[in-house]
Design a protein. Structure first.
Length: 207
């Protein structure tokens, strides 16, 4: 997993509340277990009109938000099902951080496991970002994870909280598998010892 330390980039706006995971990545795109290629289905129902043509009002179809790594959105983002394809699709598109007043719990947890930093700010602070993004093309902010600050170019800084363990994992680029592999030597020693103590547990069973 790619570490997250300090990110400076353009902010893309999605001024919607209760954005559920089926809106983030519709069900027809869930036929794969691979994490790449899912950006094609990201916000598919909003990104295009009923006739299949691009919706010019949606941020993904506007040049000013091209390759924006930061998404600012409304409360309860990521509600609905627990599909991990939702953060996969966002990450595949290039989103590394999402700023909102609140997140759905499962989606919030899944973000950390995939190297995305979900930032919870006050409603007024999120609204400030929406206002600035609307006024300035390619509006950029810096998200400083070590200092736990969202830094605006005008000089304001918005503080956010984060669980220390999750913060450490993001800084080091560790997901659940990476954390486990930190103890690989101890795991190997245990398996070697157990294979001698209880060899029948390690015998291949043929049916």
């Amino acid at each position: 997993m790619q570490p997250f330390t300090i990110l400076t980039g353009t902010v893309a706006p999605l001024n919607q509340t209760n954005v559920d995971t089926d809106q983030i990545i519709p069900k027809q795109y869930l036929k794969t277990i691979h994490r790449t290629g899912l950006k094609e289905g990201l916000f598919a129902d909003w990104r295009q009109r009923a006739d299949g043509s691009p919706n010019p009002d949606f941020f993904m179809n506007q040049a000013r938000y091209s390759q924006a790594p930061i998404l600012v959105t409304g409360e309860n983002f990521g509600c609905g099902s627990s599909r991990e394809h939702a953060p996969w699709a966002l990450l595949d598109y290039g989103i590394r951080s999402i700023v909102a007043p609140s997140f759905a719990d499962i989606f919030y947890n899944n973000c950390f496991q995939n190297g995305i930093l979900p930032v919870v700010l006050e409603y007024s602070e999120v609204q400030t970002l929406f206002d600035r993004v609307a006024q300035v093309d390619h509006y950029q902010v810096t998200i400083d994870l070590p200092r736990q600050r969202v830094c605006l170019p005008e000089g304001e800084e918005f503080a956010f909280t984060i669980d220390p363990f999750r913060k450490d994992c993001l800084l080091k680029g560790l997901d659940a598998i990476g954390i486990t592999l930190q103890h690989k030597e101890a795991i190997d020693d245990y398996e070697a010892r157990r294979s001698k103590e209880t060899p029948w547990l390690f015998q291949e069973v043929r049916v």
